[in-house]
Design a protein around this ligand. Structure first.
Ligand code: ADP
Ligand code: MG
Length: 707
């Protein structure tokens, strides 16, 4: 085996050497490290950075210990070991004394191993969280080590590594990982190459890559740790941005765009049919899109704007530009209902302008389809609105100039690119619309390869939704309010948390809620909607509510994003503490679409965590989606914010998109600058970047999701 190992090491780059061949690992531990931590190679290990550090300079005396201390470090001896209790309460207790007081060290597991290793009378350093039982303190499963074993070199900032239960059971703790890090660092010094150009290192006064790696695992002090973190976070974000921007650049150069610059038709619409004056934000966004569409480069743009900010008219105006250039436009929505609503609002404008518009969904009849297909192909049909039925093979355009995609997160990127291919000569311009506000820094990463336009202003004269927070105990008052609103002709949503659609308990919660609401309002027709219903049943219930046949909608979060029921003016969110901020804001956006004053009532239990209180208070304080998204990003981090399907994209090793926004901006700026001045990375000073890019096999970004 070992000879193989050496050959193996010789032929592969150092950091790709299998972890099995590190001193102190071997096949068994390698298998564990691979399975539990996804550490396969030397490089993986080196990049398994500590997630926190503990201060080990301070020793406490046992007399000083209080319950509030998160950790204490003690020095002393075990005076006696004994087994106490029976069955699952059976435990090993070591009475530990430092001469001034005693504390109990307790082990529930791995008792034979402890008995073999830990002996009375030897001087130990003990570390752990103190718990209090009556008058005595104890530490369960302490870290314990003979004083004689402590090396002088051990820094006072002890790295703590992410571990799993299985690893702990097999006695692989942070100390063990640290020893392995020591081994790998010792032999890798000559292999760690600089990854940033010299001038950036000087500009930001960064540590060298090698120093940073050494210090992240073995910091010599607080300052050197901070310096190492700053350097490695920058590195990570810089390469992330560089790759995204490169992708964008390649596309920009490779894909020529159809040129649409004739604004005569726009002027006509503005003069004769524009039903209101556009907001400044809408104008700004239209200018950005116009500049893009006349540039000769294909547009790939994300249009984000809070619910009700007026994205539809922006989309229509862009369609006009394309139609003025003798091409066609398509809009794809994720559901039948949404496509119906888009169709209705676009048709109003299109009819006024005398522009032919059609709709295509899964339920479009065969005969109609045939006619549609023909009109699309001969170019007489100018605008097509629909669901993913648009993507079908038979749907061929004469000349597709613009594809608008609503609610991006429901469509895979694969579908986005299918729409592209509807025009094989020149890809159509693509405008992706989303009502989920994303903080700028997050958008830069999630949509780093797209251009982003933002409508950050609502039309004037909107009545802001009034949001209140109530405890469950006030339910009767809430019901009375609901009754009053329905009597006035309004409609009401009750939303229940159903985070995981398979949760039986949550479903029961919803059904119980439905029953008690039915009992409280026997005179009204009530709709119910949840994820386990068949799609047709869902559409049916939703349609009844849209038509006003039912007054109350009891639902989980499946109620459509973007569905417009202007008459629904009250949103009651049950167990609101269980929702994230962004989700609460999304739900609230279902109301406030008509002329009437709208209300959102957040119902929670009385006992709330500090986080939940902050979320409720934020919702009550502001209607601004971007402010809410920012708070959410800081509270929960990016993974949660984007939901599980996107989180893979954000598996960063050390940087945190919530906390490190400043570094991200610097990294993005540096990457932009470099690609602007030296897109091919030909300058010798950019050689380190070139080298590193080609060695970056291990992707931190799930490219399939965005490319
Ligand atoms: P969203 O961005 O959520 O898709 P919509 O495009 O559906 O928003 O617009 C919401 C409502 O606001 C629509 O009734 C629309 O006609 C209206 N609207 C859009 N822009 C303006 C504006 N500049 N002034 C007044 N009303 C507007
Ligand atoms: Mg909309």
């Amino acid at each position: 085996m070992r000879t193989c190992a050496h050959e193996h090491i010789r032929t592969l780059p150092f950091f790709e050497t299998s972890i099995e061949f590190l001193k102190g690992v071997g096949p068994q531990r390698a298998a564990l490290l691979q399975k539990e931590l996804k550490i396969f190679t030397f490089g993986d290990l080196l990049q398994h950075y500590p997630f926190r550090y503990e201060d080990r300079t301070k020793f406490y005396s046992i007399k000083e210990i209080t319950e509030e201390m998160p950790f204490v470090q003690l020095i002393g001896k075990i005076t006696k070991m004994e087994m106490i209790g029976l069955g699952f309460k059976k435990r090993l207790v070591g009475h530990f004394s430092d001469g001034n007081g005693t504390i109990e060290l307790v082990w529930f597991q791995a008792i034979p191993w402890v008995l073999q290793k830990i002996k009375p009378g030897i001087e130990y350093v003990v570390f752990g969280k103190p718990n209090r039982f009556g008058k005595t303190f104890s530490i369960a499963h302490p870290e314990i080590e003979p004083v004689s074993m402590r090396s002088e070199k051990e820094g006072f900032l002890q790295p703590i590594y992410a571990l799993t239960e299985t690893l702990r059971k097999r006695h692989i703790d942070s100390k063990v990982i640290s020893k392995l890090q020591h081994e790998v660092i010792k032999s890798s010094q000559n292999h760690i190459h600089e990854t940033l150009p010299d001038y950036l290192i000087k500009k930001f006064r960064f540590l060298s890559k090698r120093e940073a790696i050494n210090n992240i695992h073995f910091p010599s002090g607080i300052e050197s740790l901070a310096a190492a973190q700053a350097r490695l976070k920058f590195d990570e974000l810089f390469y992330l941005q560089l790759r995204l921007l490169k992708m964008k650049l390649v596309r920009y150069e490779k894909f020529k765009g159809q040129i649409f610059s004739d604004t005569a038709i726009l002027t006509q619409f503005y003069k004769q049919h524009l039903p209101f004056s556009l907001t400044e934000a809408q104008k700004k966004v239209i200018r950005e899109i116009y500049n893009n569409m006349k540039s000769g480069h294909q547009m790939n743009r994300l249009l984000q704007g809070d619910v009700g900010s007026g994205k539809t008219i922006v989309a229509f105006i862009c369609m006009l530009l394309v139609i003025g250039g003798d091409a066609q436009a398509a809009l794809m929505a994720p559901t039948e209902i949404l496509s119906q609503q888009h169709f209705a609002s676009l048709k109003k404008y299109a009819d006024a302008m005398g522009i032919p518009i059609g709709r295509l969904t899964g339920s479009t009849k065969k005969k109609e389809r045939k006619i549609l297909h023909e009109k699309l192909q001969d170019g007489t049909m100018k605008i097509l609105v629909g669901t993913h039925a648009l993507l079908e093979e038979e749907v061929k355009f004469h000349k597709l100039g613009l594809a608008v995609i609503d609610e991006q997160h429901r469509f895979g990127v694969a579908q986005r690119s299918k729409l592209w291919q509807k025009n094989t000569e020149l890809y159509p311009h693509v405008l992706v619309m989303t009502a989920t506000p994303i903080p700028r820094t997050l958008a830069m990463t999630l949509y780093g390869d797209l251009d982003v336009s933002t409508i950050d202003e609502l039309p004037k004269g909107r009545k802001p939704i009034k949001t209140t927070h109530q405890f469950d105990s006030h339910r009767l008052l809430v019901n009375a309010f609901v009754k009053e609103q329905v009597e006035r002709g309004r409609q009401v949503y009750f939303v229940y948390p159903l985070i995981d659609e398979s949760e039986k308990l949550d479903l029961k919660h919803l059904m119980d809620g439905y029953e008690s609401i039915s009992r409280a309002f026997p005179e009204y027709a009530i709709s119910i909607l949840h994820g386990q219903m068949k799609p047709e049943a869902k559409e049916f219930e939703m349609a009844r509510f849209v038509k006003g046949e039912t007054k109350i909608m009891v639902a989980t979060t499946v109620i459509e994003v973007g569905v417009d029921v202007p008459n629904a003016s009250v949103m009651i969110i049950e167990s609101a503490e269980r929702f994230g901020l962004s989700q609460l804001h999304q739900l609230r956006g279902r109301v406030g679409r008509g002329a009437e004053q709208s209300y959102c009532i957040l119902l929670t239990s009385f006992k709330l965590s500090a986080d939940s209180k902050l979320r409720m208070a934020t919702m009550v304080r502001t209607n601004n989606g971007f402010e809410i998204a920012d708070t959410d990003l800081k509270l929960r981090g990016p993974g949660d914010l984007m939901g599980t399907q996107q989180s893979g994209l954000l598996d960063l090793l050390i940087a945190d998109l919530g906390k490190d926004q400043q570094i991200l901006l610097q990294a993005r700026e540096a990457a932009t600058e470099i690609l602007k001045n030296d897109p091919e990375l030909k300058n010798s000073e950019h050689q380190p970047i070139k080298n590193h890019l080609s060695s970056l096999k291990k992707t931190v970004v799930n490219w399939a999701k965005i490319s």
